[in-house]
Design a protein around this ligand. Structure first.
Ligand SMILES: [Fe+2]
Ligand SMILES: [Fe+2]
Length: 178
């Protein structure tokens, strides 16, 4: 895949309509990316799809609460930016679209990459005080105690991955809550 991460993040941030440091904002996207990559070590999910899911899945939220169409809108944004900001094969892109569309309303999926995407998002629920429920997880590795504990401790403390400022070009002061 070819993704220039900084221009893509910059573009997504430009039209993100909610506070960047909110509970669906950029630190959540970054933790979802870290979780997805960790899960992919075991699931062998497509890492490019997992990365792009982290960026797009909540990119078009219109509020921090009930917003059932935001997955569909995130998928539409990915359609718009494909080719200009990133390249994926048709098969990869179909998985990305299914992962974005379904993450709001579906629990389980047959494809391991889509499963890994959804688990990466659901393992970050600690940021809103919710401990991940295995029933809503798909992959065996995500359901392990050690995985849930690792992800939950980062989520509960709203951890900002240290690589974020440099790799995505967003300074920590913008993210750090006072
Ligand atoms: Fe979402
Ligand atoms: Fe999310």
């Amino acid at each position: 895949m070819s993704i220039a991460m900084r221009p893509l993040v910059e573009r997504i941030v430009q039209t993100y309509g909610l506070p960047l440091d909110g509970c669906h904002g950029i630190a959540h996207w970054a933790r979802v990316l870290d979780i997805g990559q960790r899960l992919a070590d075991t699931t062998e999910a497509d890492r490019d799809v997992v990365t792009l899911f982290a960026l797009f899945h909540d990119a078009c939220r219109e509020n921090e609460g009930h917003d059932p169409e935001h997955g569909q809108r995130g998928a539409e944004l990915a359609v718009e930016l494909r080719g200009e900001y990133f390249e994926l094969s048709d098969q990869q892109f179909s998985r990305l679209v299914q992962a974005c569309q379904g993450h709001t309303c579906q629990r389980h999926h047959a494809d391991i990459t889509v499963q890994t995407c959804w688990d990466s998002d659901r393992l970050d629920l600690g940021r809103v005080g919710v401990y991940p429920n295995r029933y809503f997880l798909n992959t065996e590795v995500a359901k392990r105690d050690e995985t849930i504990r690792w992800a939950h401790s980062r989520a509960a403390f709203m951890m900002i991955p240290e690589w974020l400022p440099e790799r995505w070009g967003v300074p920590i002061p913008i993210l750090a809550k006072s």
